[in-house]
Write a protein that binds this ligand. Structure first.
Ligand code: FE2
Length: 163
């Protein structure tokens, strides 16, 4: 098997870690510990499922790493998917400017897929025909379940499909 290439993802994870360490919202509705746990395990888990479905592991993992960016920035759960999606252009511009040349750019097409998936990832009841979005919703549900978070409704249905 060939060596996997996650140079872009790994730098994006480092940027998120730096942000969480230096700039975590004072009154966040989720803990810093949960933020780290969920961010890292989602971005690892999704690689396995992306591989099985013939999707780009790195693109899926970047979407997973960034999916709760709104929560990381504001600490507010309500509408965090939309908030995050609105903030991601700026984040990805920063990544491309600072690291794109050395580690590879996030292209315009990839950016659209990432931002679309982040914007709609809370819509667990809906089934779309966007593979990266559906994968992200499945893995977000599964990761919470695997961390022992009480899981029901559409989240549980998504977990049961995999287990
Ligand atoms: Fe979320």
């Amino acid at each position: 098997m060939e060596k996997l290439d996650f140079r872009r993802l790994n730098k994006i994870l480092a940027m998120l870690m730096d942000k969480a360490a230096s700039d975590f919202p004072e009154k966040s509705e989720v803990s810093l510990q949960w933020t780290y746990m969920h961010l890292f395990s989602c971005s690892q888990l999704i690689k396995v499922y992306a591989l099985k479905q013939g999707l780009s592991q790195e693109l899926a993992a970047i979407a997973a790493a960034l999916h709760d960016y709104g929560l990381l920035c504001t600490g507010i759960k309500d509408n965090h998917a939309e908030t995050g999606a609105d903030l991601l252009d700026d984040f990805l511009d920063r990544y491309n400017t600072m690291y794109g040349e050395r580690r590879g750019l996030v292209t315009g097409e990839e950016r659209s897929i990432i931002i679309h998936a982040v914007r709609h990832h809370s819509e667990k009841e809906d089934i779309s025909d966007e593979p990266y979005l559906e994968l992200l919703k499945d893995v977000d549900s599964l990761d919470r379940y695997l961390h022992g978070v009480p899981t029901g409704g559409a989240y549980l249905k998504r977990v049961q499909r995999y287990i």
